[in-house]
Write a protein that binds this ligand. Structure first.
Ligand code: AMP
Length: 380
């Protein structure tokens, strides 16, 4: 197929991984008339519940992934934890977007950091850790407090441990299973933001309003959009993120998470080559959701309008809220500005993302207060 030929509605989009991002993408795709074939180990996974076709298998199961590719016109991802080599195998059958080289650069923190260093992108001082000797060298070079992060397969703070001044680095490394890791200096950030963008097959990049994020226990808690920020600094954030997407030849939605220091300096934390939790506000606040945008990009279609019609706050609903059974959603639904999203996960667990509430309100300070009130009510 010619790279420039768009894949029109009626085509099947293969999705590797059946989580909530795949689910919301599938809902957007099916609204537009696409078919969805998903790979997941659980046929009742969030995406499987709304897909046309489910292939049951793990994300590193070559035969199952190739079956998805054979049934699809294009393959994309719900998670970046799909082996890049597997994507390369799929690319022989049908287009994979984003491509294997994007994943190969992103999914290993050390490779990602070298890639960013090579392009002069500002990031936290870091050093690789592969042995006890290297750990000692890294601690001497980076200092403490610092964070030790597994190079691969970490998310929501998993595979990460803080190294306090005077703490035992070897014990900390052992606590996360002694994997190949990176040591990063703890950045005294004033706040965290993320740039959500989409890059089309022809290289065009469009940006959503900047998102401001608050994490709790390493898990995203709230996102506010637009993040209040002087125009010039916001444009700088967009330039940093757009240049990264272009250098990677990425296709699809991408999130670039950044720390903003007190003096306004921006430091890139990490790159997610997919739709993102901090972009959920686009589903409700924007003309084109991040999920439709991703579908458009991977199908080789023109990008949609990323404009927001309202300010918004998103608050994540974590499994802990289910401690006393199903939370009393009527309190959320009683608010006209609230939108409830639940992902259809069958077993709530502490720390597990089960859904989110979106509050559509131009007064985002008020929406942040409302978000906390709602979480408090849901927890009772
Ligand atoms: P990550 O998995 O790298 O996105 O880290 C999850 C969260 O931990 C970030 O969003 C920050 O809140 C915090 N964090 C990670 N790395 C650093 C760092 N170098 N300095 C300060 N906070 C960090």
């Amino acid at each position: 197929m010619n790279r420039a030929t768009p894949l029109l509605p009626g085509s099947t989009i293969g999705v590797l991984g059946g989580g909530q991002l795949g689910r919301m993408m599938a809902l957007a795709a099916r609204r537009m008339g696409y078919r969805i074939c998903v790979l997941d180990r659980d046929p009742r996974c969030p995406t499987g519940q709304v897909a046309d076709d489910v292939v049951v298998g793990t994300l590193d199961d070559v035969a199952s992934a190739l079956t998805v590719a054979e049934r699809s016109a294009v393959v994309t991802l719900d998670t970046e934890h799909v082996p890049a080599e597997l994507l390369a195998r799929i690319a022989a059958i049908c287009p994979v977007r984003p491509g294997p080289s994007v994943l190969a650069t992103i999914q290993d923190r050390a490779v990602q950091k070298r890639f960013l260093d090579d392009r002069g992108v500002p990031q936290a001082r870091w050093a690789p850790v592969g042995s006890p000797d290297e750990l000692a060298t890294a601690v001497a070079a980076i200092g403490r407090p610092a964070i030790l992060k597994a190079r691969r397969a970490g998310y929501d703070g998993k595979g990460q441990v803080r190294l306090e001044p005077g703490g035992d680095p070897l014990a900390a490394w052992r606590a996360i299973g002694q994997p190949p890791a990176v040591l990063e200096v703890l950045v005294p950030f004033a706040r965290e933001v993320s740039v959500i963008l989409a890059r089309a097959l022809d290289g065009e990049v469009r940006f959503y309003p900047l998102a401001e994020n608050v994490h709790r226990r390493h898990i995203l808690h709230t996102t506010r959009a637009p993040a209040p920020m002087p125009d010039q600094r916001r444009r700088h954030a967009e330039t940093l993120a757009g240049d990264i997407a272009t250098a990677l030849d990425h296709v699809g939605v991408m999130a670039v998470e950044m720390f903003e220091l007190v003096d306004g300096t921006l430091v890139v934390n990490e790159i997610a080559p997919r739709t993102h939790n901090s972009g959920h506000y686009t589903y409700g606040a924007c003309a084109t959701t991040q999920f439709e945008q991703h579908v458009r990009a991977v199908c080789g279609l023109p990008l949609g309008d990323p404009r927001a019609f309202t300010g918004a706050v998103m608050v994540n609903l974590i499994g802990d809220l289910w401690a006393n059974g199903e939370p009393p959603w009527q309190h959320v639904l009683a608010r006209p500005e609230a939108r409830l999203h639940l992902y259809g996960k069958l077993t709530p667990a502490p720390g597990r993302k089960m859904g989110h509430v979106l509050l559509l309100d131009d007064d985002t300070d008020r929406a942040l207060r409302t978000a906390e009130e709602l979480v408090a009510v849901l927890a009772t």
